[in-house]
Design a protein. Structure first.
Lengths: 114, 113
């Protein structure tokens, strides 16, 4: 399998549930990202990991908890979410976290919070 | 801080029409500029990029030129196809903003046969 994969593709959860989103990249990249894409809003960068260290946390509520166990895998742990957290969550990777590096995106997880 | 402004859609065109999507930016320093495309049900894909002034990025018949004097990076295609229907995002990245990608709001393009 090549590129950036995300699972699950669709997730419906209640506000009291705990779930995790998974991202895997097969490109040998050193940097990975989580973005949130909501309707009628620009893409929002949530977290950046470089060489498994978190280098960016864009004022994201603590109900979102990222984990990067190695350079190929990135998780987003979810708990006690709100309906306004319903969105498409996109994972991306790049060779490094330099500005000129192309970011490669996964297909996203469509999250619905009831 | 950095920001990207692009025309709001939707843009509806007939097949073989000329497409222009305007993009202007505000940034300190010399950012890199990107166009990403998102087809229905998919993530974003890099369409083209330019890393310095006067560079022209091109791919799949699309072109955009990095214009520092007008802080613009307009996307153009001479003859669109139905398969070009998608959402197009202009973005920039630069050292002054920690190399983060800053996206515009996206422009939905619908090409009708």
């Amino acid at each position: 399998e090549t590129g950036v994969t995300q699972t699950p593709r669709h997730l419906v959860m209640g506000m009291t549930n705990k779930k995790s989103l998974k991202c895997e990249q097969h490109l040998g990249h050193n940097a990975m990202y989580w973005y949130k894409q909501s309707a009628k809003k620009p893409l929002e960068l949530m977290f950046v990991y470089s060489l498994e260290e978190r280098v960016e946390n864009n004022s994201v509520p603590s109900r979102f908890s990222p984990e990067c166990p190695n350079s190929s895998h990135l998780f987003l742990h979810l708990h006690t979410l709100q309906p306004e957290d319903s969105a498409l969550y996109l994972c991306a990777s790049s060779q490094d976290d330099r500005g000129t590096d192309t970011q490669y995106f996964g297909p996203g997880t469509r999250l619905t919070v009831l | 801080g950095n920001s990207v402004t692009q025309m709001e859609g939707p843009v509806t065109l007939s097949e073989e029409a000329f497409l222009t999507i305007n993009c202007t930016y505000t940034a300190t320093g010399y950012p890199s500029l990107f166009w990403y495309v998102q087809y229905p049900g998919e993530g974003l894909q890099l369409l083209l990029k330019a890393t310095k002034a006067d560079d022209k990025g091109s791919n799949k018949g699309f072109e955009a030129t990095y214009r520092k004097e007008t802080t613009s990076f307009h996307l153009e295609k001479g003859s669109v196809q139905v398969s070009d229907s998608a959402v197009y995002f202009c973005a920039l990245s630069g050292k002054a903003a920690g190399n983060k990608l800053t996206f515009g709001g996206g422009t939905r393009v619908l090409v009708k046969p």
